[in-house]
Design a protein around this ligand. Sequence first.
Ligand code: PBG
Length: 327
Amino acid sequence: MSFPARRLRRLRSTPAFRRLVAETRLSPDDLVAPLFVREAISEPRPIVSLPGVVQHTVESLTAEAKRLCSLGVPGIILFGVPAAKDARGSAASDRDGIAQVALRAVRDAVGDELVVMADLCLDEYTDHGHCGLVRQDGSVDNDSTLLRYQEVAVAQAEAGAAVVAPSGMMDGQVAAIRAALDEAGFAETAILAYSAKYASGLYGPFREAVDVTIAGGGDRRSYQQDYANATEALAEVRLDLEEGADMVMVKPGVTYLDILAEVAAAVEVPVAAYQVSGEYSMIKVAAERGYIDGEAVALEQLTALKRAGASFVLTYFAGEVAELLGG
Ligand code: PBG
């Protein structure tokens, strides 16, 4: 009869033991809430495929920002949904575009108490639904898109974004945006680069959240990364840092923990993870049906993202989890 020499179970025996030896701790400080604001609505509109998440009015958005602030959440990232879309995504850089109006209102309401970030992309604003400008043949043109991103960045910074977060996966976008911000006098505005962003089926509910249909049944595989690849994620991150990114992101979350761990080990800047819309909805809907405990799975996945190396996590659970954690 041989008994185990080392007993790992001793330190798991009580909640106090487990607290004492926990290597990873999730706190409201780790969370950034993605928020949607829609132009020309008078009441917040539920997003059916993202249970519990709404398209805000400017008014309800500022109220939600204040609530998150009081729960101890340090950041939000804003997505605008314009009333009218066109080929260039004009409203994205319009001084009176919905994102800019909302950014001003939120900054007026919360000042520096929250890190107010702006998603910087064209897809919410273009009638074709692509993240960049589209040529006659339907392909997405890299360099003319960069000029648009420069205009959007300056408009967002001018409206009060402390951080702009380019999510379009165009080559050279960080350098272009950094140059435009500096030129316009916004040297203090930081860039959170969606560096390793994969072409994922998990963005489904987000399309409803921002009313996007990609023209002709198209997809984003000519600019977002192929999920078969890991090495190019490191190249994307390295280039973004060389171009001046202050922070980098891996997206989506749990399906890409290997990428997140590799990136976190390789860089000296904060690394964000984005638990995207499909990840959130899968948990919510399975929980609604009683198949899983939604709160438990949310905490497990968010902790896993931190354990893998995330400095913070963008998540639609931010408010709910901050409340759970007693923030
Ligand atoms: C692009 C953008 C997307 C998301 C964040 N920024 C959509 C896409 O790349 O297709 C997805 C976020 C989510 O699914 O929660 N502006």
